[in-house]
Design a protein. Structure first.
Length: 550
Protein backbone atom coordinates (compact mmCIF):
# COMPACT_ATOMS: atom_id res chain seq x y z
CA UNK A 1 0.00 0.00 0.00
CA UNK A 2 0.98 3.68 -0.23
CA UNK A 3 1.72 3.82 3.52
CA UNK A 4 4.73 1.53 2.97
CA UNK A 5 6.44 4.33 1.02
CA UNK A 6 5.24 6.83 3.64
CA UNK A 7 6.78 4.76 6.47
CA UNK A 8 9.98 4.21 4.54
CA UNK A 9 10.46 7.95 3.94
CA UNK A 10 9.85 8.68 7.62
CA UNK A 11 12.42 6.06 8.67
CA UNK A 12 14.97 7.42 6.20
CA UNK A 13 14.43 11.03 7.40
CA UNK A 14 13.96 10.88 11.19
CA UNK A 15 13.00 14.03 13.05
CA UNK A 16 15.72 13.55 15.69
CA UNK A 17 16.44 17.07 17.02
CA UNK A 18 14.63 18.81 14.17
CA UNK A 19 11.90 20.09 16.51
CA UNK A 20 14.17 20.99 19.46
CA UNK A 21 13.99 24.72 18.69
CA UNK A 22 10.22 24.44 18.67
CA UNK A 23 10.22 22.49 21.97
CA UNK A 24 12.45 25.07 23.65
CA UNK A 25 10.43 28.05 22.45
CA UNK A 26 7.22 26.38 23.59
CA UNK A 27 8.66 25.73 27.07
CA UNK A 28 9.76 29.37 27.37
CA UNK A 29 6.36 30.51 26.15
CA UNK A 30 4.60 28.35 28.76
CA UNK A 31 6.90 29.67 31.51
CA UNK A 32 6.12 33.29 30.65
CA UNK A 33 2.42 32.45 30.91
CA UNK A 34 2.90 30.66 34.24
CA UNK A 35 1.48 27.44 32.83
CA UNK A 36 2.99 23.98 33.14
CA UNK A 37 4.32 22.56 29.89
CA UNK A 38 1.95 19.73 28.94
CA UNK A 39 -0.67 18.79 26.40
CA UNK A 40 -3.40 19.00 29.04
CA UNK A 41 -2.82 22.74 29.62
CA UNK A 42 -3.40 23.72 25.98
CA UNK A 43 -7.00 24.64 26.78
CA UNK A 44 -5.74 27.24 29.28
CA UNK A 45 -4.28 29.34 26.47
CA UNK A 46 -6.34 32.12 24.97
CA UNK A 47 -7.08 32.07 21.24
CA UNK A 48 -4.19 34.40 20.30
CA UNK A 49 -1.62 32.42 22.30
CA UNK A 50 -2.93 29.16 20.92
CA UNK A 51 -2.69 30.56 17.40
CA UNK A 52 0.98 31.47 17.97
CA UNK A 53 1.80 28.03 19.37
CA UNK A 54 0.30 26.33 16.33
CA UNK A 55 2.01 28.67 13.87
CA UNK A 56 5.42 28.04 15.52
CA UNK A 57 4.83 24.32 15.27
CA UNK A 58 3.74 24.44 11.63
CA UNK A 59 6.77 26.55 10.76
CA UNK A 60 9.08 24.04 12.45
CA UNK A 61 7.48 21.14 10.56
CA UNK A 62 7.93 22.98 7.26
CA UNK A 63 11.68 23.11 7.90
CA UNK A 64 11.95 19.30 8.02
CA UNK A 65 13.06 17.92 4.67
CA UNK A 66 10.73 14.92 4.78
CA UNK A 67 7.74 17.31 4.56
CA UNK A 68 8.81 17.93 0.94
CA UNK A 69 8.82 14.19 0.19
CA UNK A 70 5.64 13.00 1.90
CA UNK A 71 2.49 13.56 -0.10
CA UNK A 72 -1.03 14.48 0.92
CA UNK A 73 -3.31 13.90 -2.05
CA UNK A 74 -1.74 15.44 -5.14
CA UNK A 75 0.48 17.89 -3.22
CA UNK A 76 3.47 17.57 -0.96
CA UNK A 77 2.86 17.77 2.76
CA UNK A 78 4.93 20.96 2.71
CA UNK A 79 2.52 22.67 0.31
CA UNK A 80 -0.44 21.67 2.46
CA UNK A 81 1.34 22.87 5.60
CA UNK A 82 1.66 26.30 3.95
CA UNK A 83 -2.08 26.28 3.25
CA UNK A 84 -2.91 25.22 6.80
CA UNK A 85 -0.62 27.92 8.22
CA UNK A 86 -2.42 30.59 6.20
CA UNK A 87 -5.75 29.36 7.57
CA UNK A 88 -4.45 29.41 11.15
CA UNK A 89 -2.97 32.88 10.61
CA UNK A 90 -6.38 34.13 9.49
CA UNK A 91 -7.64 33.41 13.01
CA UNK A 92 -10.69 31.57 11.70
CA UNK A 93 -9.89 27.92 12.27
CA UNK A 94 -11.05 24.98 14.37
CA UNK A 95 -8.48 24.03 17.02
CA UNK A 96 -9.89 20.49 17.13
CA UNK A 97 -8.36 19.90 13.68
CA UNK A 98 -4.83 20.38 15.04
CA UNK A 99 -5.22 19.41 18.70
CA UNK A 100 -3.97 15.84 18.20
CA UNK A 101 -0.97 17.13 16.23
CA UNK A 102 0.06 19.60 18.94
CA UNK A 103 -0.40 16.91 21.58
CA UNK A 104 1.71 14.41 19.62
CA UNK A 105 4.57 16.93 19.31
CA UNK A 106 4.48 18.10 22.93
CA UNK A 107 4.47 14.51 24.23
CA UNK A 108 7.22 13.54 21.73
CA UNK A 109 5.33 10.69 20.11
CA UNK A 110 7.15 8.44 17.56
CA UNK A 111 7.90 10.08 14.21
CA UNK A 112 5.32 8.07 12.30
CA UNK A 113 2.54 9.09 14.66
CA UNK A 114 3.56 12.76 14.48
CA UNK A 115 3.49 12.73 10.67
CA UNK A 116 0.19 10.85 10.68
CA UNK A 117 -1.25 13.65 12.80
CA UNK A 118 0.24 16.22 10.41
CA UNK A 119 -1.57 14.45 7.58
CA UNK A 120 -4.80 14.47 9.57
CA UNK A 121 -4.40 18.18 10.34
CA UNK A 122 -3.78 19.28 6.75
CA UNK A 123 -6.61 17.05 5.52
CA UNK A 124 -9.19 18.32 7.98
CA UNK A 125 -7.91 21.81 8.71
CA UNK A 126 -6.72 23.28 5.41
CA UNK A 127 -10.13 24.83 4.95
CA UNK A 128 -11.42 27.10 7.66
CA UNK A 129 -14.02 24.74 9.09
CA UNK A 130 -16.19 21.80 8.15
CA UNK A 131 -19.07 23.91 6.91
CA UNK A 132 -16.75 25.94 4.67
CA UNK A 133 -15.18 22.72 3.47
CA UNK A 134 -18.62 21.53 2.38
CA UNK A 135 -19.38 24.81 0.59
CA UNK A 136 -16.02 24.97 -1.21
CA UNK A 137 -15.94 21.39 -2.41
CA UNK A 138 -19.66 21.02 -3.10
CA UNK A 139 -19.60 22.15 -6.76
CA UNK A 140 -17.11 19.47 -7.74
CA UNK A 141 -18.61 16.72 -5.62
CA UNK A 142 -22.09 17.66 -6.79
CA UNK A 143 -21.02 17.11 -10.38
CA UNK A 144 -19.23 13.87 -9.54
CA UNK A 145 -22.11 12.50 -7.48
CA UNK A 146 -24.41 12.86 -10.48
CA UNK A 147 -22.64 9.70 -11.68
CA UNK A 148 -24.18 7.60 -8.90
CA UNK A 149 -26.73 4.87 -9.46
CA UNK A 150 -28.77 3.21 -6.72
CA UNK A 151 -31.00 0.16 -6.48
CA UNK A 152 -28.68 -1.80 -8.77
CA UNK A 153 -29.88 -5.40 -9.28
CA UNK A 154 -27.76 -8.25 -7.80
CA UNK A 155 -25.27 -5.80 -6.29
CA UNK A 156 -25.19 -7.71 -2.99
CA UNK A 157 -24.68 -11.05 -4.72
CA UNK A 158 -21.77 -9.71 -6.76
CA UNK A 159 -19.74 -8.80 -3.68
CA UNK A 160 -20.97 -11.11 -0.91
CA UNK A 161 -22.34 -14.32 -2.46
CA UNK A 162 -18.94 -15.99 -2.93
CA UNK A 163 -17.80 -15.56 0.71
CA UNK A 164 -17.86 -19.10 2.22
CA UNK A 165 -20.33 -19.81 5.04
CA UNK A 166 -21.34 -16.16 5.28
CA UNK A 167 -25.11 -16.72 5.38
CA UNK A 168 -25.07 -19.61 7.90
CA UNK A 169 -22.61 -17.84 10.21
CA UNK A 170 -24.56 -14.60 10.03
CA UNK A 171 -27.78 -16.41 10.89
CA UNK A 172 -26.18 -18.00 13.94
CA UNK A 173 -24.82 -14.66 15.14
CA UNK A 174 -28.14 -12.91 14.56
CA UNK A 175 -29.90 -15.49 16.73
CA UNK A 176 -27.38 -14.85 19.52
CA UNK A 177 -28.06 -11.13 19.25
CA UNK A 178 -31.76 -11.69 19.95
CA UNK A 179 -31.17 -13.88 23.01
CA UNK A 180 -31.62 -12.71 26.61
CA UNK A 181 -33.78 -10.03 28.20
CA UNK A 182 -31.85 -7.17 26.53
CA UNK A 183 -31.24 -8.02 22.87
CA UNK A 184 -28.11 -6.56 21.30
CA UNK A 185 -29.97 -5.91 18.10
CA UNK A 186 -32.98 -3.81 17.10
CA UNK A 187 -31.89 -0.34 18.14
CA UNK A 188 -32.93 3.04 16.79
CA UNK A 189 -30.46 5.13 18.81
CA UNK A 190 -29.16 8.18 17.03
CA UNK A 191 -25.67 7.67 15.57
CA UNK A 192 -23.58 10.67 14.58
CA UNK A 193 -20.02 9.33 14.51
CA UNK A 194 -18.31 8.29 11.31
CA UNK A 195 -17.21 4.65 11.21
CA UNK A 196 -15.07 2.43 9.06
CA UNK A 197 -13.17 -0.83 8.78
CA UNK A 198 -9.40 -0.40 8.98
CA UNK A 199 -6.34 -2.63 9.06
CA UNK A 200 -5.53 -1.79 12.69
CA UNK A 201 -7.13 0.47 15.31
CA UNK A 202 -4.07 2.74 15.16
CA UNK A 203 -4.62 2.98 11.41
CA UNK A 204 -7.45 5.45 12.04
CA UNK A 205 -4.67 8.04 11.97
CA UNK A 206 -4.16 7.65 8.24
CA UNK A 207 -6.45 7.22 5.25
CA UNK A 208 -4.00 4.82 3.64
CA UNK A 209 -5.15 2.13 6.09
CA UNK A 210 -8.91 2.63 5.74
CA UNK A 211 -10.42 -0.41 4.04
CA UNK A 212 -14.14 0.44 4.08
CA UNK A 213 -15.33 3.92 5.08
CA UNK A 214 -18.77 4.39 6.57
CA UNK A 215 -21.08 7.26 7.40
CA UNK A 216 -23.73 7.32 10.14
CA UNK A 217 -26.65 9.74 10.20
CA UNK A 218 -29.45 9.86 12.75
CA UNK A 219 -32.13 10.71 10.18
CA UNK A 220 -33.07 8.53 7.21
CA UNK A 221 -33.76 11.71 5.19
CA UNK A 222 -29.97 12.27 5.05
CA UNK A 223 -29.62 9.32 2.66
CA UNK A 224 -29.38 11.67 -0.30
CA UNK A 225 -26.88 13.44 -2.55
CA UNK A 226 -26.51 16.47 -0.27
CA UNK A 227 -26.29 14.38 2.90
CA UNK A 228 -24.56 11.07 3.46
CA UNK A 229 -23.64 10.67 -0.20
CA UNK A 230 -21.63 13.89 -0.04
CA UNK A 231 -19.69 12.64 2.99
CA UNK A 232 -18.82 9.25 1.57
CA UNK A 233 -17.75 10.99 -1.62
CA UNK A 234 -15.15 12.89 0.43
CA UNK A 235 -13.99 9.67 2.08
CA UNK A 236 -13.59 7.86 -1.22
CA UNK A 237 -11.49 10.72 -2.57
CA UNK A 238 -9.12 10.42 0.39
CA UNK A 239 -8.83 6.64 0.00
CA UNK A 240 -8.04 6.90 -3.71
CA UNK A 241 -5.52 9.69 -3.07
CA UNK A 242 -3.58 7.70 -0.46
CA UNK A 243 -3.96 4.12 -1.71
CA UNK A 244 -2.26 3.98 -5.08
CA UNK A 245 -3.20 0.37 -5.86
CA UNK A 246 -6.88 0.72 -5.00
CA UNK A 247 -9.10 0.04 -8.02
CA UNK A 248 -12.42 0.52 -6.24
CA UNK A 249 -13.72 1.28 -2.75
CA UNK A 250 -16.69 -0.23 -0.92
CA UNK A 251 -18.54 2.18 1.39
CA UNK A 252 -21.63 1.94 3.55
CA UNK A 253 -24.12 4.45 4.92
CA UNK A 254 -26.48 3.98 7.82
CA UNK A 255 -29.09 6.75 7.99
CA UNK A 256 -31.44 6.11 10.87
CA UNK A 257 -32.14 2.40 10.42
CA UNK A 258 -31.71 2.44 6.62
CA UNK A 259 -28.47 0.94 5.35
CA UNK A 260 -26.97 1.12 1.88
CA UNK A 261 -23.75 -0.37 0.50
CA UNK A 262 -21.84 1.43 -2.28
CA UNK A 263 -19.06 0.65 -4.70
CA UNK A 264 -17.05 3.59 -6.05
CA UNK A 265 -14.48 3.51 -8.81
CA UNK A 266 -13.32 6.28 -11.13
CA UNK A 267 -16.65 6.19 -12.99
CA UNK A 268 -18.90 7.09 -10.07
CA UNK A 269 -20.78 5.06 -7.50
CA UNK A 270 -23.33 2.28 -7.62
CA UNK A 271 -25.39 0.98 -4.71
CA UNK A 272 -27.75 -1.78 -3.75
CA UNK A 273 -31.29 -1.03 -2.70
CA UNK A 274 -31.34 0.40 0.84
CA UNK A 275 -32.76 -1.87 3.52
CA UNK A 276 -34.01 -1.43 7.08
CA UNK A 277 -31.63 -3.14 9.51
CA UNK A 278 -34.44 -3.46 12.06
CA UNK A 279 -36.54 -5.42 9.57
CA UNK A 280 -33.76 -7.33 7.84
CA UNK A 281 -31.23 -8.04 10.57
CA UNK A 282 -29.74 -10.96 8.68
CA UNK A 283 -28.78 -8.73 5.75
CA UNK A 284 -27.11 -6.27 8.16
CA UNK A 285 -25.10 -8.95 9.99
CA UNK A 286 -24.06 -10.69 6.77
CA UNK A 287 -22.99 -7.36 5.26
CA UNK A 288 -20.77 -6.42 8.21
CA UNK A 289 -19.22 -9.89 8.48
CA UNK A 290 -18.83 -9.95 4.73
CA UNK A 291 -16.77 -6.78 4.96
CA UNK A 292 -14.58 -8.35 7.63
CA UNK A 293 -14.02 -11.58 5.67
CA UNK A 294 -13.31 -10.04 2.28
CA UNK A 295 -9.82 -10.56 0.89
CA UNK A 296 -7.74 -7.77 -0.65
CA UNK A 297 -8.98 -8.45 -4.16
CA UNK A 298 -12.63 -8.17 -3.11
CA UNK A 299 -11.79 -4.94 -1.30
CA UNK A 300 -10.51 -3.45 -4.54
CA UNK A 301 -6.73 -3.82 -4.28
CA UNK A 302 -4.57 -4.57 -7.31
CA UNK A 303 -2.84 -7.85 -6.46
CA UNK A 304 -0.35 -7.56 -9.31
CA UNK A 305 1.69 -5.47 -6.87
CA UNK A 306 3.50 -7.89 -4.57
CA UNK A 307 5.80 -7.33 -1.55
CA UNK A 308 9.51 -7.08 -2.37
CA UNK A 309 12.05 -6.53 0.42
CA UNK A 310 10.82 -3.33 2.11
CA UNK A 311 8.83 -2.22 -0.90
CA UNK A 312 6.81 -3.61 -3.81
CA UNK A 313 7.29 -4.96 -7.29
CA UNK A 314 5.37 -6.27 -10.27
CA UNK A 315 6.25 -9.28 -12.38
CA UNK A 316 6.17 -9.19 -16.19
CA UNK A 317 7.16 -11.49 -19.03
CA UNK A 318 9.27 -9.89 -21.76
CA UNK A 319 10.44 -11.92 -24.75
CA UNK A 320 9.31 -15.05 -22.93
CA UNK A 321 11.50 -14.31 -19.90
CA UNK A 322 10.01 -13.42 -16.45
CA UNK A 323 11.23 -10.11 -15.02
CA UNK A 324 10.80 -8.36 -11.69
CA UNK A 325 10.16 -4.60 -11.88
CA UNK A 326 10.79 -2.93 -8.53
CA UNK A 327 8.62 0.05 -7.56
CA UNK A 328 10.80 2.98 -6.61
CA UNK A 329 8.30 5.81 -6.12
CA UNK A 330 4.61 6.56 -6.43
CA UNK A 331 4.40 9.56 -8.77
CA UNK A 332 0.80 10.63 -8.56
CA UNK A 333 -2.89 10.09 -9.13
CA UNK A 334 -5.79 12.48 -9.60
CA UNK A 335 -7.93 12.66 -6.47
CA UNK A 336 -11.49 12.28 -7.70
CA UNK A 337 -14.39 9.86 -7.79
CA UNK A 338 -15.32 10.50 -11.41
CA UNK A 339 -12.87 11.19 -14.18
CA UNK A 340 -9.78 10.02 -15.93
CA UNK A 341 -7.75 7.94 -13.47
CA UNK A 342 -4.14 7.44 -14.47
CA UNK A 343 -1.73 6.24 -11.82
CA UNK A 344 2.04 6.36 -12.34
CA UNK A 345 5.03 4.90 -10.54
CA UNK A 346 8.76 5.20 -11.08
CA UNK A 347 10.46 1.78 -11.16
CA UNK A 348 13.56 -0.12 -12.23
CA UNK A 349 14.43 -3.70 -13.25
CA UNK A 350 15.62 -5.79 -10.35
CA UNK A 351 19.38 -5.40 -9.99
CA UNK A 352 19.61 -2.46 -12.43
CA UNK A 353 19.14 0.85 -10.63
CA UNK A 354 20.49 2.80 -13.59
CA UNK A 355 17.52 1.91 -15.83
CA UNK A 356 14.42 3.95 -15.03
CA UNK A 357 10.95 2.76 -16.00
CA UNK A 358 7.61 4.50 -15.67
CA UNK A 359 4.60 2.28 -14.97
CA UNK A 360 1.31 3.82 -16.02
CA UNK A 361 -2.06 2.26 -15.18
CA UNK A 362 -5.36 3.49 -16.57
CA UNK A 363 -8.97 2.29 -16.58
CA UNK A 364 -11.66 2.52 -19.23
CA UNK A 365 -15.17 1.17 -19.27
CA UNK A 366 -18.76 1.55 -20.38
CA UNK A 367 -21.38 1.55 -17.69
CA UNK A 368 -24.26 -0.84 -17.35
CA UNK A 369 -26.68 -0.11 -14.60
CA UNK A 370 -30.07 -1.23 -15.81
CA UNK A 371 -33.12 -0.80 -13.60
CA UNK A 372 -31.38 1.62 -11.22
CA UNK A 373 -34.09 4.13 -10.28
CA UNK A 374 -31.98 7.23 -11.02
CA UNK A 375 -30.21 5.81 -14.07
CA UNK A 376 -31.52 7.77 -17.05
CA UNK A 377 -29.67 6.12 -19.95
CA UNK A 378 -30.16 2.50 -20.92
CA UNK A 379 -26.82 0.94 -21.80
CA UNK A 380 -25.24 -2.45 -21.76
CA UNK A 381 -22.70 -3.46 -19.15
CA UNK A 382 -19.15 -4.07 -20.23
CA UNK A 383 -16.24 -4.82 -17.95
CA UNK A 384 -13.72 -2.25 -16.90
CA UNK A 385 -10.62 -2.38 -19.06
CA UNK A 386 -7.40 -2.08 -17.08
CA UNK A 387 -4.36 -1.04 -19.09
CA UNK A 388 -0.74 -1.04 -17.96
CA UNK A 389 2.10 0.52 -19.92
CA UNK A 390 5.76 0.36 -18.93
CA UNK A 391 8.00 2.88 -20.67
CA UNK A 392 11.52 4.23 -20.36
CA UNK A 393 13.25 7.48 -21.40
CA UNK A 394 10.32 9.43 -20.06
CA UNK A 395 11.93 12.82 -19.43
CA UNK A 396 10.57 14.92 -16.58
CA UNK A 397 7.67 17.25 -15.87
CA UNK A 398 7.77 20.63 -17.56
CA UNK A 399 7.82 22.54 -14.26
CA UNK A 400 11.24 20.98 -13.59
CA UNK A 401 12.89 22.81 -16.48
CA UNK A 402 16.37 23.86 -15.36
CA UNK A 403 16.20 27.45 -16.72
CA UNK A 404 13.09 29.60 -16.61
CA UNK A 405 13.96 31.19 -19.96
CA UNK A 406 13.87 27.73 -21.56
CA UNK A 407 10.18 27.39 -20.69
CA UNK A 408 9.00 29.12 -23.89
CA UNK A 409 11.16 26.84 -26.07
CA UNK A 410 9.59 23.80 -24.39
CA UNK A 411 6.08 25.10 -25.00
CA UNK A 412 6.94 25.88 -28.62
CA UNK A 413 8.08 22.30 -29.30
CA UNK A 414 5.02 20.89 -27.52
CA UNK A 415 2.65 23.04 -29.59
CA UNK A 416 4.46 21.92 -32.75
CA UNK A 417 3.99 18.32 -31.61
CA UNK A 418 0.31 18.99 -30.99
CA UNK A 419 0.02 20.35 -34.55
CA UNK A 420 1.66 17.24 -35.98
CA UNK A 421 -0.71 15.01 -34.01
CA UNK A 422 -3.66 17.00 -35.34
CA UNK A 423 -2.43 16.59 -38.93
CA UNK A 424 -2.25 12.85 -38.30
CA UNK A 425 -5.88 12.87 -37.18
CA UNK A 426 -5.13 12.70 -33.44
CA UNK A 427 -6.73 15.36 -31.24
CA UNK A 428 -5.17 15.34 -27.75
CA UNK A 429 -7.95 17.01 -25.69
CA UNK A 430 -6.08 16.72 -22.37
CA UNK A 431 -3.41 19.41 -22.17
CA UNK A 432 -2.43 19.70 -18.51
CA UNK A 433 0.70 20.20 -16.46
CA UNK A 434 1.48 16.50 -15.99
CA UNK A 435 1.05 15.69 -19.67
CA UNK A 436 3.76 18.08 -20.87
CA UNK A 437 7.23 16.61 -20.47
CA UNK A 438 10.74 17.89 -21.09
CA UNK A 439 13.94 16.18 -22.14
CA UNK A 440 17.07 18.22 -21.46
CA UNK A 441 19.62 15.58 -22.47
CA UNK A 442 20.37 17.33 -25.79
CA UNK A 443 21.84 20.73 -26.58
CA UNK A 444 18.44 22.42 -26.27
CA UNK A 445 15.37 21.49 -24.18
CA UNK A 446 12.73 19.52 -26.03
CA UNK A 447 9.14 19.29 -24.91
CA UNK A 448 6.76 16.49 -25.78
CA UNK A 449 3.20 15.43 -24.99
CA UNK A 450 2.11 12.23 -23.29
CA UNK A 451 -1.18 10.60 -22.35
CA UNK A 452 -3.43 10.34 -25.40
CA UNK A 453 -6.21 8.56 -23.48
CA UNK A 454 -8.73 11.30 -24.25
CA UNK A 455 -7.78 11.53 -27.93
CA UNK A 456 -10.26 8.72 -28.59
CA UNK A 457 -13.28 10.10 -26.77
CA UNK A 458 -14.48 13.65 -26.40
CA UNK A 459 -13.92 13.91 -22.68
CA UNK A 460 -11.94 16.64 -20.95
CA UNK A 461 -9.30 16.62 -18.23
CA UNK A 462 -8.46 18.62 -15.11
CA UNK A 463 -10.61 21.74 -14.82
CA UNK A 464 -7.81 24.13 -13.76
CA UNK A 465 -6.33 23.75 -17.25
CA UNK A 466 -9.56 23.59 -19.24
CA UNK A 467 -10.36 26.27 -21.80
CA UNK A 468 -13.14 28.70 -20.91
CA UNK A 469 -15.30 27.49 -23.79
CA UNK A 470 -15.02 23.86 -22.66
CA UNK A 471 -15.94 24.88 -19.11
CA UNK A 472 -19.06 26.50 -20.57
CA UNK A 473 -20.04 23.25 -22.26
CA UNK A 474 -19.00 24.02 -25.82
CA UNK A 475 -17.65 21.36 -28.18
CA UNK A 476 -13.92 20.79 -27.73
CA UNK A 477 -11.87 22.12 -30.67
CA UNK A 478 -8.12 22.37 -31.26
CA UNK A 479 -8.04 26.05 -30.22
CA UNK A 480 -9.23 24.98 -26.79
CA UNK A 481 -6.10 22.85 -26.43
CA UNK A 482 -4.02 25.91 -27.35
CA UNK A 483 -5.73 27.84 -24.59
CA UNK A 484 -4.95 24.98 -22.18
CA UNK A 485 -1.24 25.45 -22.99
CA UNK A 486 -1.65 29.05 -21.84
CA UNK A 487 -3.23 28.01 -18.53
CA UNK A 488 -0.44 25.49 -17.89
CA UNK A 489 2.13 28.25 -18.41
CA UNK A 490 0.18 30.54 -16.08
CA UNK A 491 -0.04 27.80 -13.44
CA UNK A 492 3.71 27.11 -13.54
CA UNK A 493 4.58 30.79 -13.13
CA UNK A 494 2.24 31.13 -10.14
CA UNK A 495 2.87 27.85 -8.31
CA UNK A 496 6.52 26.89 -8.90
CA UNK A 497 9.46 28.85 -7.55
CA UNK A 498 12.32 26.88 -9.06
CA UNK A 499 12.95 23.18 -9.49
CA UNK A 500 11.83 21.78 -6.15
CA UNK A 501 9.67 24.46 -4.56
CA UNK A 502 5.93 24.26 -5.00
CA UNK A 503 3.63 26.56 -3.09
CA UNK A 504 -0.04 26.98 -2.36
CA UNK A 505 -1.92 30.04 -3.66
CA UNK A 506 -5.41 30.29 -2.11
CA UNK A 507 -6.56 32.71 -4.82
CA UNK A 508 -6.15 29.97 -7.44
CA UNK A 509 -6.38 26.81 -5.30
CA UNK A 510 -10.14 27.14 -5.54
CA UNK A 511 -9.97 26.64 -9.31
CA UNK A 512 -9.87 22.92 -8.59
CA UNK A 513 -12.95 22.91 -6.38
CA UNK A 514 -15.45 25.39 -7.84
CA UNK A 515 -18.02 24.40 -10.44
CA UNK A 516 -17.47 24.61 -14.18
CA UNK A 517 -19.58 27.74 -14.74
CA UNK A 518 -18.01 29.64 -11.85
CA UNK A 519 -14.50 28.71 -12.99
CA UNK A 520 -15.30 29.95 -16.51
CA UNK A 521 -16.23 33.32 -14.96
CA UNK A 522 -13.09 33.38 -12.80
CA UNK A 523 -10.82 32.66 -15.76
CA UNK A 524 -12.58 35.20 -17.96
CA UNK A 525 -12.13 37.82 -15.25
CA UNK A 526 -8.43 36.96 -15.01
CA UNK A 527 -7.66 37.67 -18.67
CA UNK A 528 -10.46 40.00 -19.80
CA UNK A 529 -8.47 43.18 -19.15
CA UNK A 530 -4.81 43.16 -20.23
CA UNK A 531 -3.65 45.65 -17.59
CA UNK A 532 -5.43 43.72 -14.87
CA UNK A 533 -3.88 40.47 -16.09
CA UNK A 534 -0.37 42.00 -15.99
CA UNK A 535 -1.07 43.21 -12.45
CA UNK A 536 -2.19 39.69 -11.50
CA UNK A 537 1.01 38.22 -12.92
CA UNK A 538 3.18 40.74 -11.09
CA UNK A 539 1.35 40.03 -7.84
CA UNK A 540 1.29 36.24 -7.96
CA UNK A 541 4.18 35.16 -10.18
CA UNK A 542 7.00 33.51 -8.21
CA UNK A 543 10.41 35.24 -8.07
CA UNK A 544 11.89 32.44 -10.18
CA UNK A 545 9.62 33.18 -13.14
CA UNK A 546 9.34 36.98 -12.72
CA UNK A 547 11.98 37.51 -15.47
CA UNK A 548 9.46 36.16 -18.00
CA UNK A 549 7.19 39.16 -17.42
CA UNK A 550 8.18 41.93 -19.81
Amino acid sequence: MANQEWSKLIREHPIRNGLDTCYNSLKIFYETKGISYSAETLTQLNSEDLQNVILDLLLALQQLRVSRLLRSGNKTLLANLFTLASVVASGNFDFNHVKLLVTAVITKKPDEEIWAQVYHAVTMGSLVNSSERRVDTDPVLKEELEQTYVDVPRFHDAFFEKIPHLESTSQAILERCYEGPNPWFHSTAACKLDVGIVTLFKALLHWSQVLIPGELKSNSKNDCQTGAWFDIGKYVREVFATQDIRCFVLVFTLCGSLMCVWEFDCFGGIALMQFDINKDGLRFVSTMFGFLWMDEKDLGFDLTFIPFNDGRCIEIIRNGIPECIVINKFMGRLSCIVGQVTTCWKAYPEGDLSTIFIIKDSIQKELDIIKAFNYKVKSLLSNRIYRRIIVCNYGQNIYKVSLCVALFAVFESCIQGHKLLLKAGIFHRDILINNIMINEDGSSPLGFLIDLNLAIKGKTGIRAFMAIGVLRGRQHFFEHDLESFFWVLFWICVYYNGLNEERSVPEFDKWNVVGMSELARLKSGTILDEDLFIETLIQYCTPYYKPLIS
